[in-house]
Design a protein around this ligand. Sequence first.
Ligand code: ITT
Length: 193
Amino acid sequence: MDKITLFFATSNVVKVEEAERILKENDIFILHLPMKLPELQSENLEEIAVFSAQKGWEDQEKPLFVEDAGLFINELKGFPGPYSSYVFKTLSNEGILKLMSQLEDRTAYFQSVIAFCNGKKIVTFKGEVNGKISREIRGKYGFGFDPIFIPEEGDGRTFGEMNISEKTAISHRTRALRKFAKWVKSPDFSKFI
Ligand code: ITT
């Protein structure tokens, strides 16, 4: 199998670690471009990812992918969703738990969108994982909202209590990455490039 190397533009090193594990399974390797790309104000993660990938291309002039993710809490009508980064910085996990202290329906999901840009075209891949918001902060692994998110397919632990291989077995990012990897290995990729 041919080895493929792709550029991943992100400011988040944990994302890189997670993506490396999954893409490696398909002989795809990552070169990290450590940069914070501008994000469009939009309610749609796909639009945000497409915009950032375009900006990444303009800055680097090489084919690259970006990944945009968010936590969507059903009872809060999808909040923080596309504003996850800002909300994590301002309210953090304590703030989300406070906001939800009176709420019974704690269901939520993470969504991940990957956008790959070659300067001319952009393709996107989406992944989701369902779960619920815990009543307290639990765990030391991962990043962001991991310590308050209990995936439906798990054993009751938060992502923050799972090590990287346990989280990447079921995560939203893994699901988007697997679709991306399948496409990269298909004839569509060589036509695209
Ligand atoms: P980029 O440079 O790639 O944009 P980022 O950390 O700012 O890195 P996003 O904008 O995609 O990433 O993510 C928005 C926020 O959503 C992020 O700050 C986290 O708080 C949260 N988040 C995203 N994916 C997550 C995950 O797998 N586990 C926990 N929280 C996550």
